[in-house]
Design a protein around this ligand. Structure first.
Ligand code: HEM
Length: 190
């Protein structure tokens, strides 16, 4: 595969991963702030949140594999798995690596939700806030497209929306947290 194609693949998959992650966070906040209505909600509403989160992980995997295969800048397994191990914009890339670990932790605990303590799932789910902040910082500092008005406008605009909904979420409930994401009828639903 030509190096240019891999570079385009790395950039486009990184952008799609960020968009899906942003959509997952916004959808989750819309659920927990009750913007999507109160219970009982149709099952697809929660499925959509899960689907967006899983999609973000899949596109991140393709993003990272494209970077590994691209030969323009040398990225080996160590450089993509250990923060600050590489020489190419080490801090900007480190935000993405930290984001990858948080994304994996969120996905694994969500898949194991029925088998792990509710507290563990909930506290891990709070990591979605630092995850979103880290990947937004990564997109704005590592990406070739970071200087374009579209990318900057989209990242700053969505960050502002997430901040507003987070404030609404925490102000509107004495019991903050994504517990409200539990499916209707589930013993863990709030
Ligand atoms: C091991 C983890 C990661 C590594 C090593 C990594 C590495 C990189 C590199 C080297 C670039 C610059 C590509 C270029 O423009 O030439 C980049 C850009 C980008 N990455 Fe990552 N990344 C990682 C994780 C993530 C995650 C978890 C997300 C989002 C969910 C993400 C989203 C993006 C975005 C949106 C860009 C900007 C693309 C552009 O503007 O062209 N990355 N990443």
């Amino acid at each position: 595969m030509s190096s240019k194609l891999l570079w385009y693949a790395a950039r486009s998959n990184g952008l799609v991963a960020w968009v899906l992650l942003a959509a997952a966070v916004l959808w989750g906040l819309a659920l927990s702030t009750k913007l999507l209505g109160r219970r009982p909600r149709p099952a697809w509403v929660l499925d959509m949140h899960r689907f967006l989160g899983a999609g973000a992980l899949v596109f991140t995997a393709v993003h990272v594999v494209s970077i590994l295969l691209d030969t323009y800048v040398h990225f080996g397994l160590v450089e993509v798995l250990v923060p600050l191990a590489g020489s190419w914009h080490p801090v900007a890339v480190a935000w993405g690596i930290a984001g990858l670990y948080l994304l994996v932790a969120l996905e694994v605990t969500s898949l194991l939700r029925a088998r792990i303590p509710a507290r563990l799932w909930r506290s891990t789910h709070y990591l979605s806030f630092p995850l979103f902040a880290l990947t937004s910082a990564h997109a704005l500092s590592a990406g070739t497209d970071r200087h374009t008005a579209l990318v900057r406008g989209a990242v700053f605009g969505v960050c502002a929306l997430v901040a507003v909904l987070t404030a609404v979420r925490f102000a509107g409930s004495g019991r903050p947290g994504p517990a409200n994401l539990a499916p209707a009828g589930s013993p863990r639903s709030v």
